[in-house]
Design a binder for this molecule. Structure first.
Ligand code: TMP
Length: 214
């Protein structure tokens, strides 16, 4: 079974629906940690390693019906395995912190809840691919589905397969993330993503200070 060696780096993930502002926050958080003399790798999923970036292109472009929920889940996990093996685990083993814009909670929320593949199905693939490796801390960015969709409306890019999904999908997704946070209360902190960039960043830093730096 896949197993990461005991490590001194911290693995911190940011999760949430599209338009929740987590990418901006991930960048600010990496800058903050770097300013504290902490070695940081900022990465994202799907992607974060060359093979995983190729899979990203397959997953995020094209028609919403291009993949079904099972095919999609397998592709996300193939990319994740590549990302872990080539980027995340080596960094952690070297004592570097890893900040990842999305990780496995996204598959549970988008494919398990959003696409209604179900919790058990996603969990099986997770156990096979990732086993008991997990982030030390996960921020779940929570936002009403309508607000997230409104924020992504004006974005000009072609990686919009999921943004094209109906409102009900995004509502299931939000509930899914909140459910994941309830079930993993030690690891997950829910962030009210309707607030200002500065307020949110202050909360993220405070949480990290309390948990890891004091
Ligand atoms: P992003 O880079 O804008 O976050 O785009 C990634 C998209 O892929 C986003 O719509 C969420 C979706 N996604 C999944 O559906 N499942 C996953 O496991 C991951 C990592 C992302």
């Amino acid at each position: 079974m896949p197993k990461v060696q005991p490590h001194s780096g911290k693995f911190i993930t940011l999760e949430g629906g599209d338009g929740s502002g987590k990418s901006t926050q991930a960048k600010l958080l990496s800058d903050f940690l770097t300013s504290q003399a902490i070695a940081v790798v900022a990465t994202r999923e799907p992607g974060g390693a060359p093979g995983a970036d190729d899979i990203r292109e397959l997953l995020l472009t094209g028609d919403p019906d291009r993949w079904d929920a099972i095919g999609e889940t397998l592709l996300f996990y193939a990319a994740r395995r590549n990302h872990l093996r080539l980027t995340v685990w080596p960094a952690l083993a070297a004592g570097t912190w890893v900040i990842s814009d999305r990780f496995a909670d996204s598959t549970m929320a988008y494919q398990g809840y959003g696409n209604q593949l179900g919790i058990e199905a996603v969990q099986k693939v997770h156990d096979f691919t990732v086993a008991d490796f997990a982030p030390e801390l996960t921020f779940i960015f929570d936002l009403p589905a309508e607000e997230g969709l409104r924020r992504t409306e004006g974005r000009l890019h072609n990686e919009d397969r999921f943004e094209k999904m109906e409102l009900a999908f995004h509502q299931r997704l939000r509930e899914g993330f909140l459910d994941i946070a309830r079930k993993n209360a030690d690891r997950c902190v829910v962030i009210d993503a309707t607030r200002s960039v500065e307020d949110i960043q202050r909360d993220l830093r405070a949480e990290i200070q309390n948990r890891f730096l004091s």
